[in-house]
Design a protein around this ligand. Structure first.
Ligand SMILES: [Zn+2]
Length: 310
């Protein structure tokens, strides 16, 4: 049994054929966690699709309407880089519902993990880069609608900058966005987050972890959140097909440990989403995502040990 809930829906998974986006990774992560005895089926909650009123806190009515009617133009579909289908629309509504549920559980249990989500390239009026709806932005606004004073921090460690999230919250003083990413990579341009750390090509574990630690220190010095969303992208991995950083599997695990420890030390609940991951070998992507769940579990265990020792 895990000390927090995982959120997963079988219809997160899509058959995209030979697409670079391994849209069946969600099932592989879920099944791997259960097969290895890390998670019990009772640890896993099934989300409802996000309500349209939640989606409309972030996205424009025109865009939502187009998605529902299947009325995206050819250029809009090209920008999204996904083939349109009603199943895809449903998968994104479910992913947003999953991030809402993970956030709600995080506020209750300290952690909540959506085995999905992290679609940070979606803007209010358009989708791009495999991202149709910005589930983290939707979940953040949804939690703030339930708790008016809730301040939210987004820590985005996907190899690609969180352009949609940065844009959505640019003028929102209740949400702090921090993105650490490869500079010379999609997206271009990069609308400014509250804090951006642009990394050089081929940055490895030690330099990455130093930069991340500095970024977290600065973020927490500038902003005190009541909830943190962590986008645990697997694509800073050195074998990633769409990334140019050189993190190893243990380095990515240390990244997760660091984010969780810094949040936990300050008593900030963490809602996790998976975001990207395009390793040549999908097993590596799956392993990186499973390690994120292990890092969250170990962080909880450590916290428990410390509180019982104290
Ligand atoms: Zn990415």
């Amino acid at each position: 049994m895990l000390p927090f809930k995982l959120v997963y829906h079988s219809r997160y998974n899509l058959d995209l054929g030979a697409h670079v986006f391994p849209a069946t990774k969600y099932r592989l992560v879920r099944d791997g966690l259960v097969a290895k005895g890390i998670a019990d089926p009772a640890d896993i909650l099934t989300p409802q699709p996000a309500g349209d009123e939640d989606v409309l806190r972030v996205h424009t009515p025109e865009y939502v309407e187009k998605l529902k009617r299947g009325a995206l133009t050819a250029s809009e579909q090209m920008r999204l880089e996904l083939p349109y289908s009603p199943q895809i629309v449903e998968a994104f509504w479910l992913a947003a519902g999953g991030s809402i549920l993970a956030a709600r559980r995080a506020l209750q249990d300290g952690f909540g993990v959506n085995i999905g989500g992290g679609f940070h390239h979606a803007f209010p009026g358009h989708g791009e880069g495999f991202c149709m709806l910005n589930d983290v932005a939707i979940a953040a606004r949804c939690m703030q609608a339930e708790r008016a004073s809730l301040r939210v921090m987004v820590v985005d460690a996907d190899v690609h900058q969180g352009n949609g999230t940065a844009y959505i919250f640019a003028d929102d003083s209740g949400v702090f966005t921090f993105s650490i990413h490869q500079e010379r990579n999609y997206p271009l341009p990069k609308p400014p987050s509250d804090l951006d750390i642009n990394l050089d090509d081929a940055t490895g574990d030690d330099d990455y972890l130093r930069a991340l630690a500095r970024g977290l220190d600065e973020s927490f010095a500038r902003f005190s959140p009541g909830l943190l969303f962590y986008l645990a992208g697997a694509d800073p991995y050195r074998e990633d097909q769409l990334g140019g950083l050189r993190l190893t599997l243990p380095g990515l695990r240390r990244r997760d440990d660091l984010v969780f420890a810094e949040a936990r030390r300050r008593g900030v609940p963490v809602a996790v989403t998976l975001a990207g991951g395009y390793a040549r070998n999908t097993e590596d992507t799956v392993r990186i995502h499973m390690n994120t769940v292990l890092a969250a579990r170990d962080c909880c265990d450590q916290h428990l040990r410390e509180s019982s020792a104290g």
